[in-house]
Structure formats: C-alpha cells, structure tokens
Write a protein that binds this ligand. Sequence first.
Ligand SMILES: Cc1ncc(COP(=O)(O)O)c(C=O)c1O
Length: 447
Amino acid sequence: MATAPAQRASAVPNDLEAFWIPFTPNRAFKAAPRLIARAKDMHYYTPEGRAVLDGTAGMWCTNAGHNRDPIMAAIRAEAAALDYAPAFQFAHPKAFELASRVAALAPGELDHVFFCNSGSEAVDTALKIALAYHHVRGEAARTRLIGRERGYHGVGFGGISVGGMVNNRKLFGTMLAGVDHLPATYSREHQAFSKGEPDWGAHLADELERIVTLHDASTIAAVIVEPMSGSTGVLPPPKGYLSRLRAICDKHGILLIFDEVITGFGRLGHAFAAERYGVNPDMITFAKGITSGSVPMGGVIVRKGIYDAFMRGPMHVAELFHGYTYSAHPLACAAGLATLDLYREENLFERAHKLEPVWAEAAMSLKGLPNVLDIRCVGLTAGIDLASRPGEVGKRAYEAMDKAFHELDLVVRAAGETLVLTPPLIVSEREIEEMFAKVARVIKAVA
Ligand SMILES: Cc1ncc(COP(=O)(O)O)c(C=O)c1O
C-alpha cells in the first residue's frame, strides 16, 4: 500500500524528544545530534549526505562492512518467503543450517547452538544452562556464578550480576544472589603500551582458587569472562591467563563460559578468541558479528556433554524451559548464513589476522600525544586511555568522540575516558592510516 506523502518518515526528524536513547547522555545528544541515515561498506552517511568513516563497526558488529549486497539480498529473499515461524514446537530449515554452520566454526566439542536475539540474552541463557546443567546431573548445590571486575555481559539481571562495571550495576538493587568476581586483569603500572596480550597478569587467574576455597567448589556452577574485555576499554588477556582459568575450572568441575559477543566472528583474527588462545570453554556466547549487525541475533554454543545431559526424561516434555519468541528468527538466520558465506569467501578472519601488525603499529603511533596514558590493542581493536580533566571523568573522551563525528567525519567510541576503535574487518591500510590520523587530530583538539 502506498504511503500518503504526509505520513512518510522524513530523513531528518523534527522532534527528538520521545526517543529515550540508550547508554547516551540524551540532553547533550539532542542539543547536537549525531544522526546516521545510510551506510555502505566502511562509511556512514548523515541525513545531509556527509560520508563518515566507521571506526567502530557499528558497535563491534558490522564485521563484514555495512549493507553488503549478499546479506541484504538474503534478508529480502527470506522476508518474501517466510516472515516468521514459531520458535517453540516448530522450526524452519535455516535455523538448523545456521546452527550447523556455527557449530562447525566453533572449536572442540562445542557443537550445539541455542539461539536468542542479543548478547544480553545469550549471557542470561548461558548462565541458566549452567545452573540447570548441574541440576540435571544431581549437583543442584552448584548455584554460584563467578564473573570479573570490569567485565561487561550485557544488561539483563544475570549479565549485570556477573558483570563488573559499576555504573551498570549501582542503581539496580541486589541483582542475583551468590555471585562473586575475579579481579580485573588490567594494571597500567605493569602493562602500559603493550601490543597484544600483556606479559604481566596470568597469576590473577589464581584468584579463582581463593574464591573456590571461600565458597567450596561444590557450590560453584560457572565462571564467565570475556576473553578480551571490550566494552570496558579493550583489555586483552594476559599471556597464559585463560589457560590457567581453564585448568582451575577443570580441577573443580566448574563450567567455563567465554562471552564472545565481541570477540566472535573475526574480531581477533579467528572465528572465536577460543581458537586464538587455544583454550576451549564449555560454552561460548555470541551475537553482533553473526549477522554482521544486520538483524538482531545472539546465541550460545554448548559442549556436546552439556546438551546430552539434558536429553533425558519423557519424549513429550521440553528438556529446557527457556527460549524467546524470536529465537532463530527467519530473517536473522538468513542474514547469518549470508554473513558466514561472506566471511569465508572474503577470508575476513584471516584478513583481520594479517592486518593486526599494521593496526597495532598505527595505534601505537599515538603514544606521546597529549593526555594519552595508555594504548592497548589486539586483533582489530584499540583502546586509548586519556587523562581526565579534574572532576570531569569521561568528558575529554566524550568531546573527542563528538568532535570526531561532527568535524572530522569519523565514528570513534568513547568508553569512560577511553577512545575505542574496532573497524569492520574490510578496512584497508589507507583507511587505518586515515582513522588514526584523525584520532591524533582530535586528541590534540581536546588537549
Ligand atoms: C561481551 C559482551 N557481552 C554481552 C553484550 C551485550 O550484547 P547486547 O547489547 O546485544 O545485549 C555485549 C555488548 O557489547 C558484550 O560486549
């Protein structure tokens, strides 16, 4: 049905009030909005048509670049064929196809996939599977969940409980009971300006032994960590840290969950960070890159033994009372399949791996600029810590992000007082140069 001209949405909204923008200072945004109307490959376009280089792959998600033709065509074709199929008690073929493809990419025995719609849902799903797994095996006392300081696991109550970013927790009550936290792995004193994984810090995994001694292993269900903490400002894991965590979990029968919502699908030069670090967790959570950001989707990949533990009881009763109306939505599955094809055809994970030294060199070239306290990088990610102005934590980075968009045609992310860059994996060497040259200019501008 044709839309009457009067009802057609305009490219530039004339009232910004109604939309409560998430994780955003609304009043500052609405005073000088950063609006994006279109995107293609490495660029966004403002409603006025200004091209803006995307230094952040959206929010760590458009790994294949924006509006890639094969993904858009797959979404269009699926919308024409199947808008929706019930997610419970019925299913559609592409859900099985995508699960098999994701399982084939995952390491070790990680071979069953539970779909949901976001990273937050993936985390809550993984935590629930961990609790239920111990329950069905007769170890129902294993109810404690262990996260990490400075961890980000989305915004569900499970995710903020195991997460360790204070602003995401402090206004939301007591959260889940029985949660404990490992210490963060970052120390500027010992790690500043490390390229890739820092040498210092593997011993911090041993804090898990202390936590086990305090609570007893028989009460602990799972440990969840991001292999590389992204949202808190890019904290690569210290060398040897993740394998030490794995060994302690094995010793005490604790499940290890890698939250790979950011690190999955090529961000660190491999399908999953588990592969980069040679450490196989019991579950991997994913989202973002699975559809290159084009349609919301998340999921949990579980080890065969976990899935098998549930496959008992009467045949007519669901084995896990959990799921979402939009689990494995047809559009997301179609987008996911086309995205995985593109990653493979264009060797994008390998491309990220090959570009890593060029990227790291460019990132480190910012060392010595005013207020730069540390630079961290791993895979195609970089975090640049700036010194705060007295009494105004986060303002310098926020201003830098704002100026980069309005004045230098670059999208960079501000996480607290850290500038974060995480481009689509199709980024060229010339664009890497352009990105860091612009970041250098903006850092000087906010000095
Ligand atoms: C490691 C990690 N887990 C979970 C999430 C939450 O994902 P979503 O925003 O899709 O709920 C994020 C988002 O950045 C993340 O980085």
